[in-house]
Structure formats: C-alpha cells, structure tokens
Design a protein around this ligand. Structure first.
Ligand code: GLN
Length: 488
C-alpha cells in the first residue's frame, strides 16, 4: 500500500472500513522506514518483528469485533528518548548505545492499551540537545525536501518519518522547540502541549521543568487525535494533571475563527528573520483575518531575554539530570583504577560535545557563588516572561508568531557554531519557559522549502489553537500540497 501522504484519520477510517489490515499497514510502513534508514535516516531502530506480531493480534481482535479503540492497529513512530519495553532507548547517545528499556513510558503504554503499534524509534539530537539532529551519535537525519539540508531537531527523526511517509504519526519531545522547529522545517504539524498535560514518565529527562511530549502529524486534526490518547494525569508523574472538562478537546475541531482575537507580538517581527519566512507568516495572519479573526498587536517586552534565560535554566537542569549516567548505574562503562576514573572515562567517552558543553555550563551556573547571578536570576526573569504572556492573554485568545527565523539550512553549516544554532530557537523557547501550549503548521514555501507558523495558547487551552489551526488548514486545502519529493 501507499504510505506517503496518509493522515492518521485516513489510516483509522481505512482500518474501520476494512480497506487494509494492521498487518498490511505495519508491513508497508516498516518497509518504508527501513528503506529510509540509509538515506534520510529517520529511524535508529525499526521494530519490524514486534510490530508485526502486534498487528496480527490487532487484526484478530478486530475480526472478533473486539477492537480496543479506533487506534487499534495504527502504527506510530516514537522518539528514541522514550521507553518502549524490551527495545533499545539510546537518546541518540553513545553512552546508551546498548541500553534496553525495562518498561514502557506512560504515553507508549497508553497507545499500546488503545491498540496502537510502535513501529520503531526515531533519530534525535543527543539527549534532545540541538536543533538539527546532527548531534546524534548515529549520524544526522536528512530533510526529505532537500537531503543536503537538516530536518531541524531535536525530534528530527520523528518529523522526517511523518513528512516522508514512513510513519503516519509520531511522538517527539519539546524542551525548547524540539517538536515545533523540525515540524516547521519539514512542513508538518507539531504540537507542544501545556506543561503537565502529558505525563513525562518514561521520557528521559533533559530539562524537567521544560520537557513535554507532543504529537507530530500531517494534519491538525491528527494532532488532536493523538493528543487525546496520551494526555492526562498519571500517578508516576506528579506534574501531570487530570484533564478538566473545560480543557477537553471537542470531537470535531471548529472550522471557523470568526471573532477569535489573535495577538501579533511586535517583538517577534524584527530583523533576523528571512524575508521569505516573514512574508509567509504575515500572509498566514492575513488569511486568518480574512476568515474572520481579529488581529491585534500585543507586547511581550521580556521576549528579548527568553533565549538567555532558556540557555541558563536548560543546562542547569541538564547538568543535574545527566548526573545519573555515571558508568555505574546506566549504560556504557569504561572501567578505570578508581571510581572517579570510571566516571571520567565513561562520561568523557559516552557524551558528545554539545552534551558536555551544556553539562559544564549548567554546573558552572549552579556552583556556589554563581547560583544567584545565573540560576536565580534566570528564574526571576522566567516569571517576568510568563507574566508578559498572562497580560497579553487578557486582550487576545491566542498569539501568532513565526516558528523559526529561517528555512532548513545545509548540513554542517552551523554544527561548529553553537550560538547560531541556539538562535534558531528564538521563537520557540519562551513557550516552554512559560509552560504554555503551542502548535506549528505549514503556511507556505520559501525558496521551495516549508515555512511554519506558530500559535501559542493559554495554559490548557489547546482547544483554541488547534481550532484556529484547523480552520486555517481547512481553508488552505488540508496541507496536501506540503508533500516533499519522494526520497529514500
Ligand atoms: N534546540 C533546543 C536546544 O537545543 C531545544 C531542544 C529541545 O526542545 N529538546 O536546547
């Protein structure tokens, strides 16, 4: 069967109508995923055997009229920092090259209970640090729109899988933009839920106060479908919350934005953005206005500090979270004469350059004498950034911004220049700093490459941003035209 361009909705409807079996789906997607491993490199591992076994069970259930849910038999790709019991979980790192997950992450468990099938683990920047998937120990992934270019990161593999059609949908994680930024650069939809909406249990922690797991899909409706399966309170993650009635997503998303007040932050439309990106994003705002939304300028005056705040807090949390990879408890061990020697050798050879850089920055910023100047200060500015959004949301229902300042760049172009790479996150990090939900969806092409537009919502108001994005998508013809050329 054809795997390219399918939506999750189409896969689900086809299973229900008997147009295809779970076995046919898994066979086709796994074959496509394996084909791509040498080329675009979306997958670190394809779980062909376990996925086929699960597909056969799913088909038997369906034949017996005992399907678990509409997701029964649906193949999903999962980022390699999430636990899938019995399979490798490497987080793109040499230190976990041979680490096998002993349990399922809550999101994976929920998908499996619904009958969903994990078809494989996707490539990523090492421990989710990066914006290009080039820091992966397993080598970079490539953008299917132009294989000389990066797909973005850190969930690059998940995004490539959805864009090229080696998975109908995927899970990624977003600490400062890792779902949204690659989704924008590859022309698909990416949703970062509100902090606390989705359990982080079984997600390898990068920066615990910023991390959220999010859906990567071809359409906005698909993102809502997948979010519904994974969201909600989990006793294994004390930061996850019960979904209240007013937070629930409607069965079908609205197709109108009439009367919706959309804020355009003046601080986000400044120099540094590529003209083609700016034009596409402004055109998307105008289109929403044509469809009945009201555009309003808003102010987010502390935006200029967002990147600095993120790149202090994020490494601080990284330095604490990654202390567990000591060569004793998990993963690679390089024995030496002394315990400290074993730590040094295991960590020194197991972690790549970017991860070491962040551990050092974080350790420095947390050390006595510097804590007040860096960590504490950044926490205070974090509050100011959150307050800016709260103020803006008293005037508007959601906020529209670019997702990235540029389209996808060439592989290697920025890999030796961490500052330029960090600047790619300028429009995405403040959303994590403030714990808000945000979605990116395609809004045009610039120089033949996809551009994404971002809608940011109030806490737990995924409904509004999904609804507005869906209205745009419906008017835009269902994103059918954002299909990359066929590559392997
Ligand atoms: N690119 C950002 C970083 O390198 C975001 C990463 C992420 O969201 N995991 O930190």
């Amino acid at each position: 069967m054809q795997t390219r361009g399918n939506t999750l909705r189409k896969i689900i409807d086809g299973l229900e109508a008997g147009d295809w079996s779970a076995r046919e789906l898994v066979t086709a997607y796994a074959a496509r995923a394996k084909d791509g491993q040498k080329g675009t490199h979306a997958f670190v591992d394809v779980h062909e055997e376990s996925a086929l076994a699960a597909a056969e069970e799913s088909d038997r259930r369906r034949a017996g009229g005992e399907s678990r849910s509409r997701f029964d038999g649906v193949p999903i790709a999962v980022k390699d920092n999430l636990m899938v019991a019995g399979h490798r979980a490497t987080a793109g790192s040499a230190i976990l090259k041979d680490y096998v997950a002993p349990y399922d992450a809550t999101v994976v468990d929920r998908l499996k209970r619904a009958g969903g099938i994990v078809i494989g683990k996707t490539n990523m920047d090492e421990f989710a640090m990066g914006s290009s998937t080039e820091t992966s120990f397993f080598g970079p992934s490539r953008n299917p729109w132009d294989t000389e270019r990066v797909p973005g990161g850190s969930s690059g593999g998940s995004v490539v899988a959805v864009a090229e059609g080696s998975a109908p949908a995927a899970l990624g994680s977003d600490t400062g933009g890792s779902v949204r930024q690659p989704a924008a650069l590859c022309g698909v939809v990416g949703l970062k839920p509100t902090y606390g909406r989705v359990s982080r249990y079984g997600l390898m922690a990068t920066a615990s106060s910023l991390d959220q797991i999010g859906p990567i899909t071809r359409t906005v409706e698909d993102a809502a479908l997948l979010l519904r399966e994974i969201e909600g309170r989990d006793s294994n993650d004390s930061t996850s919350l019960e979904i209240k009635n007013e937070w629930r997503l409607p069965d079908s998303l609205p197709t109108s934005v009439r009367g919706l007040r959309i804020g355009l932050p003046k601080e986000y439309f400044v120099s540094g953005m590529e003209p083609g990106v700016e034009a596409a994003v402004r055109a998307a705002a105008d289109r929403l206005a044509e469809l009945g939304a009201e555009l309003k300028e808003v102010e987010l005056p502390h935006s200029k500090y967002a990147l600095a705040v993120y790149y202090v807090l994020m490494p601080c949390e990284v330095s604490a979270n990654l202390a567990r990879f000591d060569g004793i408890r998990y993963g690679r061990r390089e024995p030496a004469e002394t315990l400290e020697g074993t730590y040094r050798r295991s960590r020194g050879s197991g972690f790549g350059r970017e991860v070491r850089r962040r551990i050092m920055i974080g350790t420095y910023a947390l050390s006595s004498g510097y804590y007040d100047a860096y960590y504490l200060r950044a926490m205070k500015v974090r509050r100011l950034i959150a307050n800016d959004f709260a103020r803006a949301f008293s005037d508007v229902d959601c906020i529209l911004t670019p997702t990235t300042p540029t389209v996808a760049w060439k592989l290697g172009e920025m890999s030796d220049d961490p500052l330029s790479m960090y600047l790619q996150d300028i429009y995405t990090v403040s959303v994590n700093v403030a714990g808000l939900p945000a979605i990116t969806f395609p809004c045009g092409l610039s120089e033949g490459l996809p551009v994404g537009v971002q809608l940011i919502g109030r806490q737990f108001d995924e409904k509004t941003i999904l609804g507005a994005a869906h209205a745009y998508e419906t008017a835009d013809g269902g994103f059918g035209r954002y299909l990359p050329p066929e590559v392997a």
